[in-house]
Design a protein. Structure first.
Length: 303
């Protein structure tokens, strides 16, 4: 089992495997610009934040993700910028990346309708810590190459909002830069960054004074990987307390909650209960994600 685990962790970035290559956060409603550069700065809620995700604790070398991010509007230019730095760790492998987004905003006269046209550039360093690998798999051709590889790539997106309905479409890793270790004999096994297509939508339903519901959906299409579909409902009270339930088809349920304190600080937590692929474990098969964000503008909208 250990040999199989290590081999799986090593080969998935280089083969046409069924796995996404970009890092994942279940609290995607609070990180729109990470999935769509067109959304950078469009909410006009200048903020910075950090988050941590710990997944599948019963799995040896379980995935962990650390992230630092920021989202800012540039009012005079009718534009926005976003940036985040992240680090993924899974067993002997790690991914450290940076993403910079810029969005040009087309705004209606009454400022209620906004269309964001965005571009992103990203850098990714993929590394293997060979000291953590079982000696029985040391002959793997992947291990004959460098300990790390670095690649640049780019993406684009469009995002529209009218303060009630928000919809977006984006593509990441447009260039599909090569990212391979060693010299595989089969040309079909050469690694590269595959394109990720993301489509999202949400609608704000007012249900009372300063109370609203936010039904939402996200679809992710990844080359050589099954498509992913996610649906959810978020409840928000006075932009101070929010909670929600998300479902990714055939994968997990996610329960989320957050609170805003001192008008500036938002604390969030989510727990993902997985159905697949590791439901055979009796414990530690979920994922915990915590975050803290600092709003640099008072009365900033949460979504």
């Amino acid at each position: 089992m250990r040999k199989f685990t290590l081999l799986t962790l090593l080969v998935f970035p280089f083969l046409k495997g069924e796995a996404q290559q970009l890092h994942f956060t279940s609290q995607y409603l609070q990180h729109n610009f990470m999935y769509n550069p067109g959304a950078a700065g469009i909410a006009n809620n200048n903020m910075i934040g950090i988050s941590y995700r710990d997944q599948w604790s019963s799995f040896p070398g379980n995935p962990k993700t650390y992230m630092l991010y920021g989202d800012f509007s540039i009012t005079k230019m009718k534009a926005g910028v976003g940036a985040y730095i992240y680090r993924d760790e899974t067993g002997p492998t790690s991914r450290t990346g940076i993403d910079l987004s810029f969005s040009k905003h087309i705004i209606s006269i009454d400022s209620k309708k906004k269309l964001g046209l965005g571009l992103e550039i990203r850098g990714l360093q993929y590394a293997i810590d060979k000291s953590k690998i079982n000696i029985d798999v040391q002959s793997d051709p992947v291990l004959a190459g460098s300990d790390n590889k670095f690649a640049f790539d780019a993406g684009a997106g469009v995002y529209y909002t009218n303060q009630k309905l928000s919809v977006g479409a984006a593509v990441s890793q447009l260039i599909q830069s090569k990212l391979e270790f060693g010299s595989p004999s089969n040309a079909n096994q050469r690694g590269k960054l595959y394109r990720h297509y993301v489509f999202n939508a949400n609608y704000k339903i007012q249900t009372g004074e300063n109370i609203y519901l936010l039904p939402n959906a996200l679809m992710r299409i990844i080359e050589h990987s099954p498509s992913e579909y996610e649906f959810g409902m978020m409840f928000n009270y006075k932009e101070k307390i929010w909670w929600g339930l998300q479902y990714r088809i055939d994968q997990f349920w996610s329960m989320q909650a957050g609170v805003k304190i001192l008008q500036k600080i938002g604390l969030t937590y989510s727990y993902d209960y997985y159905q697949t692929p590791i439901n055979v474990f009796t414990s530690g098969s979920g994922a915990h994600e915590i975050g803290i964000r600092f709003d640099l503008k008072s009365n900033s909208p949460q979504f």
